[in-house]
Design a protein around this ligand. Structure first.
Ligand code: FNR
Length: 336
């Protein structure tokens, strides 16, 4: 009999995911008071996907500092006051057997906020965006500490997984990319120097976090001189040496160019990095059917499948995928 990999459990450190379906982190821009606090929207939205049998729910990009929000409506984890709402949220999700993750983020030059915004170099994303301030060494240290404090709070809120947002042209990605990092100090220049901010962030987070750590990357910047999947073989090696558990492989967002996005267009990057670095990867991007997800897993192209918009359209996407794969997915107790 065919074993359906999408619905096989997956173990990482002390955490078991009941299946390989991950809800991809997606900003809801729904904090009404501009305070970064979890509200009814987040509770309902995420808990619905837990009832829908997603294995791991990755809570949206959550700001480690107020100036690191993409918008004033972003979720936040920059203060201890954020812990209670997040803890209630993880508790609701876990009641349905779903594992919880949180994506820790700093928007860098892509913050659309009042006041000063920060980046490795004083280069705006495009003509409509603010020019960021080049970060000083002290600001770099403070921001790395903000990631570590956020990780501590994530632990107190009972998250099982932390993902660092190092993709889509946000702060960490801005340090990694030669297109956005023109620094002449230890944090710019060579690939090793451009990796330093992420290296120190991973180290600082691991001082307070011993659970699974994921990093989301943009494995292609779609511009000459930008990073490509080949560069992430070296960077991925460094992450692996540092104990990162999984690389979540996305692309783009560093400069204002749109790729030709077709079904599974980022999967080859996840596959390449997985085989070259020998590290688990997550595949994401226009994966919409159970058959497509199963193909990725059975052909060992990735270890987990991240589903974004398909899960916005249908909180019961797992049930739909199970149907396609003729897998008898158990409904929640109450619906049997
Ligand atoms: C996103 N995406 C995203 N990515 C991320 O790393 N952090 C985030 O907070 C967000 N926010 C977000 C909001 C919304 C409304 C969308 C649609 C997307 C990207 C998302 O996680 C995913 O990588 C892409 O949507 C591609 O996957 P799908 O949607 O084709 O399955």
């Amino acid at each position: 009999t065919l074993s359906i990999k999408l619905f096989e459990s997956y173990q990482m450190k002390n955490v078991t995911f009941k299946n390989r379906i991950v809800m991809s982190p997606m900003c809801m821009y729904s904090c009404e008071q501009e305070d970064g606090m979890v509200n009814d929207w987040h509770d309902t939205h995420y808990t619905s996907r837990a009832v829908g049998q997603v294995g791991l729910i990755m809570i949206e990009a959550t700001a480690v500092a107020p100036e690191g929000r993409i918008s004033p409506q972003d979720l936040g984890i920059w203060s201890d006051e954020h812990i209670t709402g997040l803890k209630n949220l993880t508790s609701r999700i876990k009641k349905h057997g779903t594992t919880t993750g949180i994506q820790l983020a700093h928007a860098g030059r892509k913050a659309v906020l009042e006041g000063e915004i920060l980046a490795p170099s004083a280069l705006p994303f495009d003509d409509n965006m603010k020019t960021p301030k080049e970060m000083t060494k002290a600001e770099i240290e403070k921001t790395i500490q903000a990631f570590a404090h956020a990780a501590e709070r994530a632990k107190k809120a009972d998250f099982d997984v932390i993902e660092l947002h190092a993709a889509h042209g946000y702060l960490i990605n801005e340090f990694l990319s030669p297109l956005t990092n023109k620094r002449t100090d230890d944090y710019g220049g060579t690939q090793e120097n451009r990796y330093r901010f992420l290296r120190e962030t991973i180290d600082a987070v691991q001082q307070v976090w011993d659970g699974p750590l994921f990093v989301r990357i943009s494995a292609n910047e779609y511009q000459n001189g930008g990073l490509q999947a080949e560069d992430y073989i070296q960077i991925g090696q460094w992450m692996k040496e540092q104990g990162v558990e999984l690389i979540d492989v996305s692309s783009g967002g560093v400069v204002p160019v749109s790729p030709n996005a077709y079904p599974g267009y980022q999967v080859p990057f996840a596959e390449k990095i997985r085989h070259a670095v020998k590290i688990p990867t997550g595949a994401v991007g226009l994966i919409t059917s159970g058959i497509q997800a199963e193909e990725i897993l059975q052909n060992n192209r990735a270890d987990l499948v991240f589903i974004g918009r398909a899960l916005l359209r249908n909180p019961y996407w797992a049930k739909e995928a199970a149907g396609e794969l003729k897998y008898a997915l158990q409904a929640p107790e109450q619906y049997r």
